[in-house]
Design a protein around this ligand. Structure first.
Ligand SMILES: Cc1cc2nc3c(=O)[nH]c(=O)nc-3n(C[C@H](O)[C@H](O)[C@H](O)COP(=O)(O)OP(=O)(O)OC[C@H]3O[C@@H](n4cnc5c(N)ncnc54)[C@H](O)[C@@H]3O)c2cc1C
Length: 216
């Protein structure tokens, strides 16, 4: 997709986030650490070191802009979440722009956990998502956002079904790992999916990057 002489490939090819100086500060503003009253935190011993962490200081606002570009959706970061989001928005007809600070897309991970996928149904596997949520929360001593776990449990199946269709478009395929290992202290579930091509694992972000370019 060409945009006023600047192609999406150019965007994804590194240095652009810096060069364009798009107002990522504004976009990411919500992620900036808010002022906290350190007297209220009870982090043991290292509170002072923690408060000195560089990320706690918001960066200087960007004031110089090389170019203004109008887009419906700006995705900051071509990583796992960003590329899924970009593809989803583009499929719904939005004009999408992805900017990435590195020279290449983020590292796609090999194992993709999901519940209720087509592959699981075909294998006759029916997982109780509440049992999985309970187990995961237990591992974290229940100090975890269970709503977030439920969001994943509710939507990961259809997301991975979508991804399975996409990987087929690019000559790869998805497998479901049904061997969850032998008995252990932890209960395991057959949720892991993996993208492969000729027995080699393929990173999800590489496929998503191609899909994103196809969608424009
Ligand atoms: C060794 C290792 C193995 C893992 N294996 C698995 C696995 O098998 N399965 C699994 O599900 N998870 C795995 N994970 C975890 C998984 O990688 C992360 O949970 C996942 O990548 C998080 O996705 P994300 O989109 O939030 O962040 P990322 O994938 O890290 O993407 C963020 C992107 O944003 C870019 N970015 C950041 N700031 C800016 C900015 N200001 N401007 C422009 N771009 C910016 C970054 O360069 C990056 O490309 C593994 C993690 C590690 C470290």
């Amino acid at each position: 997709m060409e945009m006023k002489g600047l192609s999406r490939r150019d965007f994804l090819k590194g240095t652009l986030a810096g060069t364009l100086g798009i107002s990522t500060i504004g976009v990411l503003g919500g992620c900036s650490p808010s002022e906290t009253d350190s007297s209220k935190t009870d982090t043991p011993n290292n509170t002072q070191e923690f408060n000195k962490a560089s990320w706690r200081t918001p960066p200087e606002p960007i004031t110089e802009f090389v170019k203004n570009i109008t887009t419906d959706v700006l995705v900051v970061g071509a990583g796992n979440a960003g590329l899924f989001a970009a593809c989803a928005a583009a499929e719904k007809g939005a004009k999408v722009l992805v900017i990435e600070r590195n020279a290449m897309v983020g590292i796609g991970r090999e194992w993709i956990g999901a519940i209720g996928t087509r592959l699981q149904k075909e294998a006759g596997i029916n997982i109780n998502k509440f049992e999985v949520i309970h187990e995961l929360a237990s591992y974290a001593s229940n100090r975890v956002d269970q709503e977030l776990l439920k969001l994943w449990a509710d939507y990961s199946g259809q997301t991975v079904d979508w991804l399975e269709n996409v990987v087929k478009e690019y000559g790869a395929y998805m497998i479901l790992e049904t061997d969850t290992g032998g008995p252990s202290a932890f209960k395991t579930f057959p949720i892991q999916h993996n993208i492969q091509n000729d027995e080699k694992t393929i990173k999800s972000t590489l496929i998503l990057e191609k899909k994103q370019r196809t969608l424009g």
